[in-house]
Design a binder for this molecule. Structure first.
Ligand SMILES: [Zn+2]
Length: 309
């Protein structure tokens, strides 16, 4: 066989390989999902809360899947959030921003990348927000900022703690400064939450990066993170290029970030609900040990003191 025939044969092989690759739709509609040891049945993965039984990888999940796990299936009320104008800068690159938004809405069934709900963890009323990475990488624009503000205002109005399951690549640069200003808006809103003495819990989910880590994901009263979640501001390659040093193993993984003091605890997905519940019980003094300590100004103590005198 001469070299021309050999090259043609290799070309044919490559063509067949490329042809055999499944399309995005085929992957989405398949009953299988891929992880470390090859395909795993989606049903098995779902029963394990979308955590790989072999390598413990916490797969990315949608907002509804997240809330179903924490609050119970459909056991929450989805709050309506504002819909600001799409594409204020008339952005277009390889594809128009309007088309990207349209595709993301079809793919996720959401108007924006953040969903806000009102629900309960055991007997504690909470307001919670979660991001969907499938909605343009979980990036934040005016709509996502407004969604968070709606959630925080709801928490203040109802005196609820606010739980934020943060994830996403950062601010959405298709909206330039409008996106960047969401960091300040949400930070100011969280300050209001704190002025009202309401707990603000952050659960960092994979990936949590850019302006999200640079603002509202890092100012919680308590910071939880899922195992192996990427928690970063700038990308590792950018940092390595700047400092010109080899970065340590596991750099920017939640376990590493915990060692640097930015994360309080790494919590497995199956234990999140219980951990959130117990920390809220302590912060809201609903824990039986804590609530048994008498408050000097409480009605009961005043009655007892009066009776004793
Ligand atoms: Zn795996």
């Amino acid at each position: 066989m001469n070299w021309i025939k050999k090259t043609l044969k290799i070309g044919e092989k490559i063509k067949t390989l490329l042809k055999k690759r499944p399309t995005k739709d085929e992957i989405k509609n398949s009953e299988w999902i891929s992880c470390c040891k090859g395909p795993v049945l989606k049903k098995d993965m779902e029963n394990n809360l979308w955590v790989c039984p072999s390598c413990n990888k916490h797969h990315r999940i949608s907002c509804k899947q997240r809330f179903d796990i924490i609050f119970g299936k459909n056991n929450y009320e989805i709050l309506k959030t504002p819909t600001p104008q799409d594409d204020p800068l008339q952005w277009k690159d390889t594809k128009s921003y309007k088309d990207r938004l349209k595709d993301a809405r079809i793919k996720t069934g959401m108007d924006c990348g953040i969903m806000v709900v009102n629900s309960k963890i055991d007997n504690i009323n909470v307001t919670a927000a979660a991001s969907d990475f499938a909605f343009i990488g979980g990036s934040v624009r005016a709509a996502e900022g407004d969604a968070l503000l709606t959630g925080i205002q709801h928490a203040i109005d109802n005196q609820h703690p606010f739980i934020n399951f943060t994830s996403g690549g950062g601010m959405r640069m298709f909206e330039s400064l409008i996106s960047l200003s969401q960091m300040t808006r949400v930070t100011l809103a969280i300050n209001e939450l704190k002025n009202n003495n309401l707990p603000y819990l952050v659960v960092m989910c994979d990936p949590c990066a850019g302006g999200i880590t640079g603002s509202y994901a890092m100012i919680g009263d308590i910071h939880f993170a899922e195992p192996g979640a990427l928690v970063a501001f700038a990308g590792a390659r950018v940092i390595q290029g700047t400092v010109k040093e080899e970065l340590p193993e596991g750099f920017q993984k939640s376990e590493y970030v915990q060692k640097t003091g930015f994360i309080d605890a790494i919590v497995e997905r199956k234990e999140l609900k219980e951990k959130i519940n117990s920390i809220l019980s302590i912060l809201l003094k609903k824990n039986s040990d804590i609530s048994s300590i008498p408050d000097e100004t409480s009605e009961d103590v005043r009655t007892i003191t009066k009776a004793a005198s």
